[in-house]
Design a protein around this ligand. Structure first.
Ligand code: AKB
Length: 317
């Protein structure tokens, strides 16, 4: 029997493409998309959709009962930049939604959970280069604190209650479908849109700020592969380090300029610079590669070609 899946936060940057992929894999009717509103009409009209507040335990529970859900992907969250503006809201949404889902899984009603963590669990005292799986995590953002604490709870629910929860520490994700919202790595998406629309971009990070990044197709492959892996091969129940490419704003600018010689960039770092400076510049993901054969496909230039070609089509249409 196919799983019945609920995606919470399906209208967001990752949720949108994850829902589409899950429907390809499991069948449209077996994947219920949900979000707090209907902001992404294309997704809302593409298959079963429920308006759902991730902070409301009874609403999640009722939705799971009504649709006989056995697997949840909890993608709703406030990200790093928004979290600094609204600390209590970030804590409330990021923590309570996780507790609701873990508590449902604890009752046995839900068999498998995916919950995304982030490179934001690391902080200024973490080794910046090739950051190991097990290392110092002293995050200095509210978002990072929620993700670090969430990781501890995931491992706890697995150890104490046998909950099958799986997680990835996503780097910055670059995609051309839904826009990211409220993150520090968002510049690496905005830059492609502005290159096509305006031929120029003002970057909110300095030119030499190196951060771990990944193309969306790789992030979706990692997520579905991790969820499909046999339970015995999952040695990390907090969250897996995951890595593909690391680059600076200058590197991405040069990659775009190779395709669009007229493109120009200026730098005007804002409060997000301090967040970026507290994060690693590259990640050691050897445990994920060993446990469930993770490998990435896209490097910076192949990603640039794909982003520019997709966005050209989008803006021409
Ligand atoms: C952010 O920038 O806040 C996110 C993340 C790295 O988790 N994209």
């Amino acid at each position: 029997m196919s799983s019945k899946i609920l995606v919470i936060g399906a209208c967001g940057q990752i949720g949108t493409e994850l829902t589409t992929k899950l429907r390809e894999l499991h069948g449209t009717d077996n994947v219920i998309a949900s979000d707090i509103n209907t902001r992404n009409l294309e997704l809302v009209n593409a298959g079963p959709f429920e308006i759902l507040d991730a902070k409301n335990f009874n609403a999640i529970k009722d939705c799971c009962v009504n649709h006989e859900i056995d697997t949840i992907y909890l993608m709703a969250a406030l990200l790093s930049a928004t979290g600094e503006k609204y600390p209590m809201e970030a804590w409330d949404l990021n923590m309570n939604s996780l507790f609701h889902v873990l508590n449902l899984a604890k009752t046995g009603q839900i068999k498998k959970v995916f919950w995304p963590s982030s490179i934001a669990v690391f902080g200024p005292t973490t080794p910046r280069e090739n950051t190991p799986q097990h290392t110092i995590c002293e995050p200095t953002t509210v978002y990072g604190i929620t993700k670090q604490v969430g990781e501890r709870w995931c491992e706890y629910y697995h150890e104490k209650y046998g909950v099958d929860v799986r997680s990835i520490r996503y780097p910055g994700i670059i995609s051309h479908k839904a826009m990211p919202g409220g993150g520090t790595t968002d510049y690496a998406v905005e830059i492609y849109h502005e290159a096509i629309k305006e031929g120029k971009y003002e970057c909110f990070l300095s030119e030499d700020t190196s951060l771990p990044m990944m193309f969306m197709d790789d992030a979706i492959k990692a997520t579905t592969d991790l969820m499909a892996a046999p339970s015995e091969s999952i040695s990390i129940r907090s969250s897996y380090n995951l890595s593909a490419i690391s680059f600076t704003p200058k590197d991405i600018f040069e990659s775009i300029k190779a395709e669009m010689p007229e493109f120009t960039i200026t730098y005007q770092p804002d409060f997000r610079q301090a967040i970026a400076d507290s994060w690693p510049s590259s990640i050691d993901d050897s445990v994920a590669r060993k446990d469930w054969n993770w490998s990435h496909d896209f490097d910076l230039d192949t990603m640039t070609k794909e982003m520019l070609s997709q966005l050209k089509k989008k803006y021409t249409a």
